[in-house]
Design a binder for this molecule. Structure first.
Ligand code: DAH
Length: 349
């Protein structure tokens, strides 16, 4: 082989190396190394052929051969470094040892949290969950609860009427309280019964720090043989302690609701000032917070649901969920619960 032939061969080897290395996907770099630079590789063999070329011509050819070798080594090293053997892990600039980027996670609304906590408290006491519609008829929202037509007690609950009539020809309405669920539960179940319900209610009220046209209530009902006011007192006390801690006390004040007799308001000792001494803005210095309405189920209500009041007696209670949420989370304005301000919502996880 003369010098010219040798040069041509070198250039052919370089060309075929360039073609191999530019392939997409590239050939395996180890195989290329073996093929071109290995002991019996194309370039190695060519370099060995130099010995047949006269000494004076050999030197510049040797230099050319070495440059080609270095270039090939560099290209192969590059290819090895970028070898995507493990998929995206090898993408340039991606460091899998860095911690991941956190993404925002949703959480339950504070009111949902409270409803879940209330549900847990009542499930523990052996109550089961019940349900009823948001659009009610006059019978379940009022009449069956011993509010006769035109009775002034109806005025306690400013009602949204709906432009649709029920089977009795009366306007349907958005339920003003969760008490109709008592009726619906008794209609479905033979006594004894022990149920609770949490859900939304509606009243035509101006919105302020403690009022809203849509809010939430919890309702409970227990009818059995020989149920007394003492059972109601114990249950209310156990449930308040479950929610606010064993240090709280409860007391009853006489009150009027048409569907209970006797009726009571359930107060809890103030969880903020604890004593009632001083000027606590939450209990207004009385030491007590009014939390629920309650009482012994009125015989008319039992009779209407075909429960014999001579045989069965029971208690019922109901209260506002927003009020519980405000006390549990120290929220002073009810509107904060509806505005969906993440700064507020994020504080309850
Ligand atoms: N439903 C009543 C209201 O919204 C609250 C209430 C009072 C519920 C006494 C009861 C009860 O179950 O026994 O004002």
């Amino acid at each position: 082989m003369n010098a010219g032939e040798w040069k041509e061969k070198l250039s052919a080897i370089r060309d075929s190396f360039s073609v191999s290395i530019a392939k997409k996907p590239a050939d395996n770099p180890e195989a290329l190394e073996l093929r071109f630079l290995g002991r019996k590789g194309e370039l190695a063999l060519l370099l060995r052929d130099l010995k047949d070329i006269p000494l004076e011509e050999r030197k510049p050819l040797g230099a050319l051969g070495n440059t080609a070798k270095q270039e090939m080594e560099a290209k192969l090293a590059e290819l090895k470094g970028a070898a995507p053997a493990a998929g995206p892990a090898a993408a340039p600039g991606l460091d899998l040892t860095l911690p991941g980027t956190p993404f925002p996670k949703g959480s339950l609304h504070p009111l949902t949290h409270v409803m879940n906590r209330l549900a847990e408290a009542f499930l523990k006491l052996g109550f089961t969950m019940s349900d009823g519609p948001l659009v009610e008829d006059d019978y379940h929202n009022f009449e069956a609860l011993n509010f006769p037509p035109f009775h002034p007690a109806r005025d306690m609950q400013d009602t949204f009427y709906v432009d649709a009539k029920d089977a009795a020809g009366k306007f349907m309405l958005l339920r003003t309280h969760t008490s109709p669920v008592q009726i619906r539960s008794m209609e479905k179940t033979e006594p004894p019964i022990r149920v609770f319900h949490t859900g939304r209610v509606f009243r035509s009220e101006a919105v302020d720090a403690s009022h809203s046209f849509a809010f939430h209530q919890i309702e409970g009902l227990y009818v059995d043989k020989g149920v007394s006011m003492a059972d109601l007192k114990w249950t209310a006390d156990a449930f308040m302690k479950d929610l606010f801690g064993s240090g709280v006390k409860t007391r009853f004040n006489p009150s009027y609701f048409p569907f209970v007799e006797p009726g009571a308001e359930v107060d809890m000792s103030c969880v903020f000032c604890k004593t009632g001494a001083g000027r606590c803005p939450v209990c207004k210095g009385t030491g007590w917070l009014e939390l629920m309405g309650a009482g012994m189920v009125h015989p008319n209500v039992l009779k209407g649901c075909k429960y014999d009041p001579e045989k069965w007696s029971g208690f019922a209670f109901g209260g506002g969920i927003e009020r519980f949420a405000m006390l549990l989370y120290g929220i002073s304005d009810m509107r904060m619960l509806y505005e969906n301000d993440l700064r507020v919502l994020k504080q309850v996880q």
